[in-house]
Design a protein around this ligand. Structure first.
Ligand code: ARG
Ligand code: ZN
Length: 870
């Protein structure tokens, strides 16, 4: 069954207060709920039946205003309850039972390592009790949790208002959340947990208690998250004027979690991998990921909780905006340019692929079968780019005026993307009518740019044409309103002055299918630097020569575009190599390209972080995204050849840089040190590719001596991919021996093997799945092993015989019975079959067909597979 945005209707009934009572038992938890229900007069006249969502629940009884309802006044369906009450206002009491222990979907209430926890977004609350499980029904929640004392910690949203003992020796705690909220923000946690405390004094002087809960063994891994939380709280006050609103803010780490984390009011629940860190056990990227996710969930307290979504089509209202907020938070705290490069790489590699695939959808989808399938890179990351474009068009100050109005106007309400845009318009008297198309049209627009220089008149003209490829259900697209930030470089590599005020950059507002932009008073033909800072989520085509790209890489004042020039260069080289490979010619790389890389590597001026980013060749995945027809074999060969050529010719410089940066100092995840480590480890990985000199000794040495996980994991990766077989095996074993007690490190260890083009053969993947550290019911382990193979091991996954695809199909079918959300994510790599050439395409399609024919599928998997075969 498909649900459409156009069919939205306001709820028939509202729930003013929700009183929940849980008696926890692993296989039979009793849930009592008391709802004060009221007819919603906005919905119309009369008293229609009351619809309550409910899935996998055992109904015990229903009562209205104190009297049990006769079975004739309600009907139970697989989706819930239909009640006939015929009163405009009443107290509804429902008793039901659930089974947390057997709940492997990790939605609703479930057990993770003997800890009870919940995940209700988007539609998980209906697996707890019968309820109008939709975000526009907002209610004040009170929650009492009763349990045996084996579980000393009993948590829910808001403030604790009561606790005590029951006659039978159990204990209870009651929580009250003073803010009305939709059911998807409800949370409950119960377990034997330790906690770390801190406090934060808000700008208005209120003291807030901060508390992070973990299992005892992890209590030493909370410091970084706590620091990040305090930074986030301050940042939101300063940048958005948003203050925290409860007396306590709690964070809980759980090992079994479908996503990264969840912003439940006052009680955020995190995937352990996104909150726990220590220098010995977490890599630099884990430290940064944690900082940004802690920020993200905290920022939701305003963009998501205080102002929430009317319906799930509006998901990007909170997610796009909040991702934009967390990206700016990370950029302010670390290297802005590097953060931007990382985000754009992800967007180009994975979101562009989504936009070009069978599940393409606008950031505000028009329909869905299963909303869980729409927690996508499009809704999140492209959604953030759309908010960023508004920021670019308005400027910081006017954007802030818009966000202030948005929060003020809609506090306590469930609203739409349209409301957000209107607030931006109203606060600034601007017209974003055409801009709204970003919310309704899918696909990645392409800008074809050409230029012309009239020497005699001194006029330089940029001609920009926009197109957008067709996507499912959207053949034709109307032109987008696109901010294109540009600069013009003169022959010395300096930015030309473009206005009387002396600015060297301009934001061109592209609105038409084709448009010219003229620049006057120009004496020599400039070189355009286009889409600076990636000012819009589009592809830009301009026929740069290799020479011009090298020039931009050296001179562009926009750091992002320097990196982007290097990417264009690499793609150009990789394209040529692929062509030679297909033609059976000798493969080659131009000496100019090699010299450009040598210059970057030897530069004393460039930020080491940028050098590291430039030296990192595009992944096979992102190369594949560039083509309508993907030749997987040629991509692997071309990338290997380019990386070997660079490694071999630059070996002396790489080694010099490595030694220069390989200094012992105490670990600190600040931007400068992270940059040093990332450049050092890139050099090491090239040296390993070159397999020259003492590269293997360097790897061994770093592996033995490393005092932080970044260096240790880099060395292990090098040994796995380039050490001799005995060396590699020994490193893998000793690493595991050392770290087997640490879940996060074990996940990393699994991922390094599964994503290794050398080590992650299908056979080894199957062996890993037999390893005691693997657990099919744990999403992190599945993502590490199976996801690593399908998404980060291009060579083995796309093996000629199609064995990789068959394997994924098999795993998807098995996982669908346990956890449909995870299964539906895992199937995605084989849904892009149309893009691949020859045999691979057919084999991928067959694997999909196998999934479809395997029997009854969840809505989640069915939607994805079905859409990809249509
Ligand atoms: N709202 C959460 C976040 O972005 C993610 C929700 C998880 N959703 C899900 N369907 N599992 O921070
Ligand atoms: Zn979010």
């Amino acid at each position: 069954k498909t649900i459409y945005l156009k069919d939205y209707q306001v709820p028939d009934y509202l729930v003013d207060s929700t009183d929940l009572h849980f008696e926890l038992e692993p296989k039979a938890t009793l849930v009592k709920s008391q709802l004060s229900v009221r007819r919603n007069h906005e919905a119309g006249e009369g008293l229609p039946p009351l619809l309550l969502d409910g899935v996998d629940l055992e109904l015990i009884s229903v009562a209205v205003d104190g009297s049990i309802l006769p079975p004739a006044s309600y009907q139970e369906t697989p989706e819930g309850l239909i009640l006939t009450v015929e009163k405009p206002e009443f107290l509804l009491e429902i008793y039901n039972r659930i089974n947390p222990e057997d709940n492997t979907s990790l939605e609703g209430l479930y057990l993770s390592n003997d800890m009870y926890c919940t995940q209700c977004e988007a539609e998980g609350f209906r697996k707890i009790t019968f309820y109008p499980d939709r975000p526009d029904v907002m209610s004040k929640f009170t929650t009492t949790i009763v349990s045996s004392k084996i579980l000393p910690v009993l948590l829910s949203n808001g403030n604790e208002i009561d606790r005590g003992y029951c006659e039978d020796g159990r204990h209870f705690v009651t929580w009250e959340d003073p803010f009305a909220k939709p059911a998807y923000l409800f949370a409950l946690v119960a377990g034997n947990l330790e906690h770390r405390d801190d406090t934060f004094t808000t700008v208005s002087g209120r003291e807030v208690k901060l508390r992070i809960y973990t299992e005892e063994k992890n209590i030493g891994k909370c410091d970084h998250a706590m620091r990040s939380l305090k930074k986030a709280m301050r940042w939101d006050e300063e940048m958005y004027g948003r203050e925290y609103d409860l007396d306590i803010f709690m964070v809980v780490a759980v090992d079994h979690f479908n996503m990264g984390a969840m912003e439940n009011k006052g009680l955020n629940i995190f995937n352990s991998a996104c909150v726990l860190a220590s220098p010995e056990t977490a890599t630099d990227s884990a430290f940064q990921r944690i900082e940004s996710i802690v920020g993200h969930e905290y920022f939701h307290n305003w963009s998501g909780n205080r102002v929430t979504c009317r319906d799930w089509f509006q998901l990007s209202l909170k997610e796009g905006f909040t991702v934009f907020r967390d990206a700016e938070f990370s950029a302010d705290l670390n290297s802005r340019a590097v953060k931007r490069i990382e985000d754009v790489s992800l967007l180009r590699t994975s979101q562009f692929a989504e936009d070009a695939g069978p599940m393409a959808h606008p950031i505000r989808p028009e329909s869905y079968m299963e909303i869980s399938n729409f927690y996508t890179l499009t809704v999140y990351e492209k959604g953030a780019e759309v908010v960023r474009m508004i920021h670019t068009l308005l400027g910081q100050e006017r954007f802030r005026r818009g966000s202030d109005l948005y929060f003020e106007r809609h506090d306590g309400c469930a609203v739409t993307c349209e409301d957000f845009i209107v607030a931006m318009e109203d606060a600034n008297q601007v017209d974003l009518a055409q801009f709204r198309r970003w919310y309704s049209q899918a696909g990645t627009p392409v800008l074809v740019v050409s230029d012309d220089f009239d020497q005699s008149k001194g006029i330089y003209t940029l001609n920009i044409r926009q197109t957008c490829p067709p996507t499912p259900d959207q053949e034709e697209k109307l032109p987008f309103h696109i901010p294109v930030k540009i600069g013009l470089l003169d022959g010395n590599g300096h930015d030309r002055i473009l206005s009387d005020e002396g600015s060297t950059e301009e934001i061109l507002e592209v609105r038409n299918v084709e448009q010219n932009f003229e620049f006057n008073g120009i004496k020599e033909k400039p070189l355009p630097s286009l889409l600076r800072g990636f000012s819009a989520p589009v592809k830009v085509r301009y026929s740069y020569t290799e020479k011009q790209l090298i020039f931009l890489m050296r001179n562009d004042s926009d750091t992002f575009n320097r990196w982007d020039a290097s990417q264009r260069l690499a793609f150009m080289a990789l394209s040529n190599i692929q062509q030679d490979y297909r033609d059976g010619k000798a493969l080659q790389v131009s000496s100019e390209l090699i010299e450009a890389y040598r210059n970057v590597l030897k530069s004393r001026i460039l930020d080491p972080a940028l050098v590291a980013e430039i030296l990192t060749l595009p992944s096979e995945q992102s190369i594949a995204e560039m083509y309508d027809s993907v030749d997987a074999g040629a991509i692997v060969a071309a990338r290997e050849f380019l990386s070997e050529t660079l490694a071999n010719t630059l070996a002396p410089e790489l080694k010099e840089k490595y030694l220069e940066l390989n200094v012992v100092k105490p670990y600190d995840p600040n931007a400068k040190d992270i940059a040093g480590r990332s450049l050092k480890n890139i050099c090491l990985s090239y040296l390993a590719v070159a397999e020259k000199d003492d590269a293997l000794d360097l790897l061994e040495k770093q592996f033995d001596m490393a005092e932080n996980m970044t260096d240790s994991a880099a060395a292990l990766r090098g040994l796995i991919n380039h050490g001799d077989a005995i060396q590699a095996e020994a490193a893998i074993q000793s690493f595991y021996q050392h770290w087997q007690g640490d879940t996060q490190v074990v996940e990393l260890w699994l991922g390094l093997q599964s994503s290794s083009s050398r080590y992650g053969s299908l056979e080894n993947i199957r062996t890993l799945m037999e390893h005691p550290a693997f657990e099919l019911k744990n999403p992190n382990k599945v993502r590490a092993v199976i996801g690593g193979f399908a998404n980060r091991n291009f060579k083995q996954f796309h093996k000629e015989d199609g064995s990789g695809y068959k394997f994924i199909a098999e795993q998807v079918v098995a996982l669908d019975k346990l956890n449909p959300q995870i299964a539906a994510r895992l199937v995605i790599p084989i849904t892009r079959w149309r893009k691949y050439t020859g045999n691979l395409s057919d084999k991928m399609k067959n694997a999909l067909q196998d999934v479809l024919n395997s029997g009854t599928l969840s809505k989640d998997v069915f939607e994805v597979v079905n859409k990809s075969l249509i």
